[in-house]
Write a new protein. Structure first.
Length: 195
């Protein structure tokens, strides 16, 4: 659960900052180097900081995941916002399409072309970081069970937990990312016909 919580927070923060950066050159100028620096910090360094700040609490894995995921989403979101086709926006303006309709039918599908692969990558990364965080710090969850299996040199249990993580990543992708892929594909087809 910590991996999903951190992933959702990271996606929200990264997406929100991307929208702000796309709307203002000053904000873009301020946010891009900071986010690049955050992207370069290894997750294990964030894990150490989270341990020092929060102790071995349940919040530590979610924080580590969120701070690791948000730069990935920020840059994908910013790229998606920059890559929007101005011709489609102009056509929507000429036909007096509402802002809501323009956002849902034109802007969002183009944004999702960049954002969904990054979100799927970040989701897998979130699980890795969360399990690592639990192994090294909190000792709870799947990571805690892996640490126990490692301490007992229990290969079958270790493999079982690894397979469970793989299945959970696939399930999360099917629940959270795949529906958006399908929705974006249905929206993209009409927009491509117009362009």
């Amino acid at each position: 659960m910590q991996s999903l919580t951190g992933w959702l927070y990271g996606c929200g923060i990264g997406g929100g900052l991307a929208i702000l950066a796309a709307s203002s050159q000053r904000l873009r100028f301020a946010l891009q180097p900071v986010t690049t620096a955050f992207l370069g910090i290894p997750p294990v360094a964030w894990l150490v900081l989270a341990f020092l700040w929060f102790g071995a609490s349940g919040f530590m894995p979610a924080f580590t995941v969120a701070i690791t995921v948000f730069p990935i989403i920020f840059f994908a979101g910013l790229q998606g916002l920059d890559a929007r086709d101005p011709g489609l926006a102009e056509m929507a303006r000429l036909y007096h399409a509402s802002r809501r309709l323009t956002w849902i039918d034109i802007d969002l599908p183009q944004l999702l072309d960049q954002l969904l692969p990054a979100a799927a990558t970040a989701l897998g990364f979130a699980w890795k970081v969360c399990v690592m965080s639990e192994v090294m710090g909190s000792g709870t969850g799947i990571g805690g069970r892996l640490a126990t299996a490692r301490a007992h040199l229990d290969l079958p249990e270790t493999m079982a937990w690894i397979i469970l993580v793989m299945l959970l990543v696939l399930a999360c992708d099917l629940v959270f990312v795949a529906p958006l892929r399908g929705w974006a594909a249905t929206r993209r087809a009409p927009a491509n016909e117009l362009g």
